[in-house]
Ligand binder design. Sequence first.
Ligand SMILES: Nc1ncnc2c1ncn2[C@@H]1O[C@H](COP(=O)(O)OP(=O)(O)OP(=O)(O)O)[C@@H](O)[C@H]1O
Ligand SMILES: [Mg+2]
Length: 316
Amino acid sequence: MADAAITVEGAEKTYGDKKALNGLDLTVARGTVHGVLGPNGAGKTTLVRVLSTLLRPDAGRVEVAGHDVVREAYAVRLRIGLLGQHAALDEELGGRQNLELFGRLHHLGARRARARAGELLERFGLADTGRKAVRQYSGGMRRRLDLAASLITEPEVLFLDEPTTGLDPRGRAEVWSSVRSLVGGGTTVLLTTQYLEEADQLADRISVVDAGRVIAEGTADELKAEAGGDRIDVVLRDAGQLGAAVALLPLTGIGVDADRRLLSAPVTDRMEALSGVVRALHEAGIEAEDVALRRPTLDEVFLHLTGDDRRVKETA
Ligand SMILES: Nc1ncnc2c1ncn2[C@@H]1O[C@H](COP(=O)(O)OP(=O)(O)OP(=O)(O)O)[C@@H](O)[C@H]1O
Ligand SMILES: [Mg+2]
């Protein structure tokens, strides 16, 4: 793709006998947000380290912003920003001081560094934090400052490795809105996440990664459609009847969430499933609090793609 900001073809990286990247392919169009979604150990951080020239791939072709990450590593570094899983801020300094320091480290010059710090603080809602030291920041503020730091050089391509891991819902929402504000500026963003909702919220396209390979790629809607259409949710009044209901309902692939007294299953014919469930429950005298048809969540898409049925019970 001529207007690709990131091209990865057959990337491999082995640690000992562990294939962290096992023939990974990826194309990201300029000016888009691309989500790389995968569980612990899928190879997300390894991919980001390869893309950001911190790690050499063993094999494959990897280009970022039009340059090869191995042969033209310096050219790549000039054009990228990186927000790692663990960021490097000076705890004792304030946000503004941290950003100015970052700017100076990137050879911006005092004046330019000060101006850029001011712009970024404004943009990420940190302008009125005054001289408060970073150690007093909330998790969400800290991540927004990390994000600001990664943008100090106005990168063409920005890598965010699990930008909201460990944040509470409010902090996560703050970071999401900051990421959205980048997109208008034309920056290409590659974002890794274990949160399906995060990819759904932010990414134009999503690559689902497992064991060092891309196992599916598309928009959130495409992935949901691929996972097999609609689902039915049944909430029982009495959790003690979950087992009986599973045995008698005219459904296959039923997931159970005992805490929520919930049964969930894929359906092919919506109306037939709905009437079949209602009738079966009625005949068995099992009371339902709610019966509803809905689109699958990305969690279910992911479980479907990875075939990881152990987790169905937690997310159904
Ligand atoms: N430096 C290393 N030495 C040996 N093995 C490693 C090293 N770094 C990663 N691995 C292994 O490579 C695989 C991919 O790791 P990676 O950190 O890329 O996964 P990840 O998708 O980022 O996971 P997480 O969601 O936990 O951050 C894992 O099995 C991991 O144990
Ligand atoms: Mg990681």
